[in-house]
Design a protein around this ligand. Structure first.
Ligand SMILES: Nc1ncnc2c1ncn2[C@@H]1O[C@H](COP(=O)(O)OP(=O)(O)O)[C@@H](O)[C@H]1O
Ligand SMILES: [Mg+2]
Length: 312
């Protein structure tokens, strides 16, 4: 097998997010002041959703080249400061297939589901007010620095062979240039497999490599869940490697727990009802029930897997 051409995930890409300086609250900043700190207490992980919701939010910069306004901020509470991302609803780019001004809520709903599954795949995310109005605020995931011994997981690759090779799962063939195709593969990694289930549950319309952020300790986190929970099937992902395969026993158990947590009167159901529409909530329940009924990872509905392209 020839050497895989690794597809960068998140911050592994050449575009380590440079934050442009922002002056002060006014119109949404087009440019900013300060780089995200490279180290120090602001980069400590593990803040709770309550910390993000209650702390004082200060905009430090804007992440350039994002599709929506993505602001790099700090949040301070009880003498502790941490870094976060703030995506104000006012900075959401309208989409043809999602109602305007609803992406922030979907990001929070995705986090709530991830938390209910107990997989800790999505950083803590809350809906709150900020200098540019209501938006989603999410814990900032620090990239492991080069000196760290942390192993950065290899999750996605393009290979010249017809078979994925040991430890990899095939997604499909992709045209990489005129007359050139390569096999798109992802790691046969249990964390990615859980994420594939989570994406099927939340109906993720945009799971690409750049949305997997490597973190310290060889971990990774999934971000960018604005286009989720549509009532129609929108699953568009790189993680088709298990399509049609039986779900793991662990996933089945988690899905059974989730099904109960989505029943009327349970706090998660009440919380989601504030974030997505009734029709979207019913579709969510139906997806969970469908996964439990078939006991299998979903298969692409079309002839070809729905893959985001470019995959980064
Ligand atoms: N929680 C986070 N931690 C660290 N970096 C983040 C986080 N959320 C977003 N980013 C950075 O900001 C970029 C744009 O975020 P993204 O969620 O893709 O925005 P958009 O809604 O515009 O698609 C990401 O590619 C990543 O570099
Ligand atoms: Mg994005």
């Amino acid at each position: 097998m020839s050497a895989p051409e690794r597809i960068p995930t998140g911050r592994l890409s050449a575009v380590d997010p440079v934050v442009e300086p922002v002056e002060a609250a006014g119109p949404l900043p087009g440019s900013v002041v300060q780089q995200p700190p490279r180290s120090g207490p602001e980069r400590a992980r593990g803040v709770s959703a309550a910390f993000l919701a209650d702390g004082e939010l200060t905009v430090r910069g804007r992440i350039p080249d994002a599709s929506n306004a993505v602001l790099y901020c700090t949040v301070e509470h009880g003498g502790r400061t941490t870094a976060c991302v703030y995506k104000p609803v006012a900075g959401e780019r309208p989409l043809w297939d999602f109602p305007d001004g609803t992406l922030a809520q979907r990001e929070v709903a995705a986090y709530e589901i991830s938390r209910a599954c107990g997989w800790d795949l999505i950083p803590a995310t809350v809906l709150r007010d900020g200098p540019y109005g209501t938006g989603m605020v999410q814990e900032w995931i620090e990239a492991p620095d080069d000196s760290a011994e942390d192993e950065i997981p290899e999750l996605l690759a393009l290979v010249a062979d017809a078979e994925p090779g040991p430890g990899w799962k095939a997604v499909g063939f992709a045209e990489t240039g005129p007359g050139r195709t390569a096999l798109l593969v992802h790691a046969d990694d249990p964390r990615l497999r859980r994420l594939a289930v989570l994406d099927a549950v939340i109906n993720n319309g945009d799971r690409k490599g750049g949305h997997l952020l490597p973190a310290v300790g060889g971990r990774f986190f999934a971000i960018d869940h604005g286009v989720t929970f549509h009532a129609e099937d929108k699953l568009r992902t790189l993680l088709w490697g298990w399509a049609g395969e039986p779900l793991t026993d662990e996933a089945l158990e988690v899905l059974r727990g989730l099904q109960e947590a989505l029943e009327d009167g349970v706090p998660l159901a009440a919380r989601l009802a504030e974030l997505i529409t009734d029709a979207e909530f019913e579709a969510l329940r139906a997806r969970v029930a469908g996964l439990l009924r078939t006991g299998r990872h979903p298969e692409p509905s079309g002839q070809w897997p729905a893959i985001p392209w470019p995959p980064v």
